[in-house]
Write a protein that binds this ligand. Structure first.
Ligand SMILES: Cc1cc2nc3c(=O)[nH]c(=O)nc-3n(C[C@H](O)[C@H](O)[C@H](O)COP(=O)(O)O)c2cc1C
Length: 364
């Protein structure tokens, strides 16, 4: 019989595919970020290369498929398609929370499959901050890493979801100390990863002090976990959590604000994610200071179908990135990061209120 965790994982996949779970009144902010078009790019499009070395790994383009799943038969299929595609294209991927398999070893194969199918790709293991507070430590984190022979470990920060989900564990007291235990004892980079509500400058500085190497900002404006939990509660006739999910649907720091805050306040390696939906969004994310970019939901449906669907989707967004680079005259990702980029309107106002100055927007 499936465990409650397995059922929850299955619900998350089903709801993310069938219901509207995207932010409604908050955006990631890309509409307020603009490159300066270069009518004389002075480069040839086909000479552009997207290679980049991050976390000591060579990527063919700065992209990882964001953490989504594991722990159910459908999840195994999703993880198989994504891992085969990223192996062929030399990109990266994160697996979903490995709690299911740490608590129930019979589910390990739904995660292990990714290293089998992607022997060379950059793989990110995943455990939750609230599990750390509730008893996980170096032993469980090491098991997650070994399970997929991971290149990095993401600790997901999801206070919003824990606060809204009926079976949520909204206990975060002492979490920083627990993360520090991992940065001191594990031999691979630790990434602090939000799940759709963003990371502020203040939080990033605290993470940097305890030697976290990277942050995956996962800002607001894309997939909303409050929305996912709203739909789950509605199906269960749980009016209290249904309402909580609706009230907090658009909670969080927009993605571009989060990237700029972290990039201007720390030296952390940034993965820009949360509502990226095209290669143009990827280019903006990189120009604002991220080293890698990531999308989750846009790969979910293709992953339920086949490896080649995932590959086609990835190729398309990478071509969009290349196109943007052509139009700003950037032959490499390093040059893209130097391209002039403007932040205007609501996002500029938000930044100013937070004390960030226009001339500081890009990390040089
Ligand atoms: C079905 C689904 C399951 C997810 N599960 C996890 C998870 O287990 N761990 C995690 O860190 N993030 C998880 N996420 C969050 C994503 O990694 C990502 O941060 C978020 O969806 C925002 O990116 P997007 O707007 O491109 O979807 C999940 C997302 C989806 C859609």
């Amino acid at each position: 019989m499936p465990s409650p965790t397995e059922n929850r994982k299955a619900d998350h996949i089903r709801i993310s595919m069938q219901e509207d779970v995207q932010a409604k009144y908050i955006t990631p902010g890309f509409e307020n970020v603009h490159f300066v078009h270069k009518a004389l790019p002075e480069i040839d499009r086909e000479k552009i290369h997207l290679k980049i070395k991050v976390f000591n790994h060579e990527f063919s383009a700065p992209f990882i498929v964001g953490a989504m799943t594991g722990g159910t038969p459908k999840a195994k299929k999703i993880n198989t398609s994504i891992s085969e595609a990223v192996e062929e294209l030399n990109l990266g991927m994160g697996v979903g929370s490995q709690r299911a398999a740490i608590d129930e070893p019979r589910l390990e194969s739904t995660y292990r499959i990714v290293r089998k199918r992607a022997p060379n790709a950059f793989l990110v293991a995943n455990i939750g901050a609230s599990q750390l507070v509730r008893g996980y430590g170096v032993k469980e984190a090491s098991r997650a890493v070994e399970m997929i022979e991971a290149d990095a470990l993401a600790i997901h920060l999801n206070p919003l979801q824990e606060a809204i989900q009926p079976e949520g564990e909204a206990q975060y007291a002492g979490v920083l100390e627990k993360i520090e235990e991992l940065t001191q004892n594990l031999q691979i980079p630790i990434i602090a990863k939000e799940t759709g509500a963003g990371i502020s400058a203040e939080v990033a500085k605290r993470l940097e002090r305890i030697k976290v190497e990277g942050v995956d900002v996962s800002g607001a404006g894309g997939t909303s976990w409050a929305a996912v939990e709203h739909h789950r509660a509605r199906t269960a006739n749980d009016t209290f959590h249904e309402r909580l999910g609706r009230s907090f649907w658009d909670w969080g720091i927009p993605t571009i604000i989060s990237i700029i805050e972290v990039s201007q306040s720390t030296k952390l390696t940034i993965i820009g994610s949360g509502g990226l939906r095209s290669g143009l969004d990827m280019a903006k994310t990189l120009a604002l200071g991220a080293s890698l970019t990531s999308m989750s939901t846009p790969l979910l449906r293709p992953a339920t179908k086949s490896t080649s669907e995932v590959k086609e989707t990835l190729k398309l967004i990478i071509e969009e990135l290349r196109n943007t680079m052509f139009l700003v005259g950037a032959e490499s990702i390093e040059e893209l990061k130097k391209a002039p980029v403007m932040v205007i309107g609501k996002m500029a106002e938000w930044l100013e209120r937070r004390g960030f100055k226009p001339e500081m927007y890009a990390r040089r």
